[in-house]
Ligand binder design. Structure first.
Ligand SMILES: Cc1ncc(COP(=O)(O)O)c(C=O)c1O
Length: 383
């Protein structure tokens, strides 16, 4: 018997129990069905390329910046720039992370223990329930209802028990595109438990800038980052803002996960924040591009799928009802038969059954042709 086989037989290669039932996400499974013919409306990152200025800033960060560890919580100079816009202490209340995802992981590791309950949106971002489970906790979904997907504070507050450790709020929402009102956010902030406000889509809005939960109460933890606003998903740069007493254990967890975020990405982010005028116009351009793509998506969804959905107020997703069926089979068959990738709504929780997430982080042409293919396929299969 070769070594590996013997170890497997003895169970030494069996993954830890905490990974039971944790699988590669449905989003990855659908993306794995892509071929060169596929039109991808399943994308979770901006279809925005860096302009000349951004590339020049990156070259500067690479040629003149440090290659060494930064403090665990990130370079103080970057923390100061983030704190400059807020009433928070850069020394103790900001932590730079390897993307929002690592920030979320650190928060969950710091606060969620065996049997602790974490309230998560349903439908909501796929990571939250898994992060709760990996920390030994239990995800308790709170429902967000169609057709407008407005977060109702009562749906959240009614789920609070003595075991509730964290409440996760995500506005603008992935996958719903809805934005929670200030009043709603305030009532959740003052409910008692720690609140994690995932504001990664805060710069991607269409009519009005979304309210932030920053400063609404001392138990609010905000996570944000550069992935969506600056199309820097691969550079892994996020941050956490929380009051000192809440932040301390998070920095300890973060230290053992990442040591520190990439110093290159930290330096680039600092240069971006310093280029204030360019940055403001970049964000305007990003929003303008998504506005056009949102219009293209809404038009095609209305005309090809005969679905009249509430226009998403933020992020770059439309959550679209599809004819009654299992949406996982729907999305997989669509990927293989019509070569269009969309994400089945159940990937985001039970409340997503009957819906698919169509990302409009794609050119207007890809959106138009992609949704047309979906419509044609639906008609051809008599749905
Ligand atoms: C709601 C939400 N939170 C967090 C993330 C993770 O982003 P990051 O690239 O900053 O880790 C994503 C990415 O898709 C997201 O949709």
């Amino acid at each position: 018997m070769r070594n590996g086989t013997r170890h497997a037989a003895h169970g030494t290669m069996k993954p830890a129990k905490r990974l039971d039932g944790v699988e590669i996400s449905l989003i990855r499974q659908i993306n794995a069905l892509a071929t060169s013919e596929s039109l991808n409306l399943g994308i979770g990152e901006p279809n925005v390329e860096p302009d000349e200025t951004l590339r020049a800033l990156a070259a500067r960060a690479a040629s003149s910046g440090s290659w060494h560890y930064s403090p665990n919580a990130g370079a103080l100079s970057l923390r100061k720039r983030i704190a400059a816009r807020l009433d928070f202490d850069p020394k103790t209340e900001i932590c730079i992370t390897a993307g929002t995802e690592e920030g979320l992981y650190s928060i969950f590791q710091a606060y969620v223990g065996d049997g602790d309950e974490v309230l998560v949106p349903n439908p909501g971002f796929t990571s939250y329930p898994t992060l709760a489970k990996l920390a030994g906790g239990v995800a308790v979904p709170y429902d967000i209802e169609p057709p407008d997907w407005n977060l109702n504070p009562k749906a959240v507050l009614s789920k609070i028990t003595s075991r509730t450790k964290l409440i996760v709020v995500n506005s603008p929402s992935n996958p719903l595109g809805s934005i929670a009102s200030r009043q709603t956010l305030e009532s959740i902030a003052s409910a008692g438990p720690l609140v994690v406000s995932d504001e990664i889509y805060r710069e991607i809005w269409y009519d009005a800038s979304p309210p932030s939960m920053l400063g609404m109460s001392r138990n609010v933890i905000v996570v944000d980052g550069m992935s969506k606003s600056h199309s820097m998903t691969g550079l892994r740069l996020g941050w956490i803002v929380a009051r000192e007493e809440v932040m301390k254990p998070i920095i300890v967890a973060h230290q053992y996960i990442a040591t520190c975020a990439s110093v290159f990405s930290q330096q680039l982010t600092e240069l971006i924040f310093d280029a204030k005028e360019w940055n403001a116009s970049w964000l305007e351009r990003v929003r303008a591009q998504f506005r056009e793509q949102r219009e293209a998506a809404l038009y095609s969804i209305r005309h090809e799928l005969e679905a009249d959905i509430q226009p998403p107020a933020g992020a770059f997703y439309a959550f679209v009802p599809v004819p009654a069926c299992d949406t996982v089979i729907f999305a997989k068959t669509l990927a293989t038969d019509a070569a269009v990738l969309v994400i089945p709504g159940v990937a985001f929780g039970s409340g997503g059954e009957g819906f698919v997430r169509i990302s409009f982080a794609a050119t207007a042409e890809t959106i138009g042709v992609g949704v047309e293919r979906i419509g044609r396929w639906l008609r051809a299969t008599g749905r």
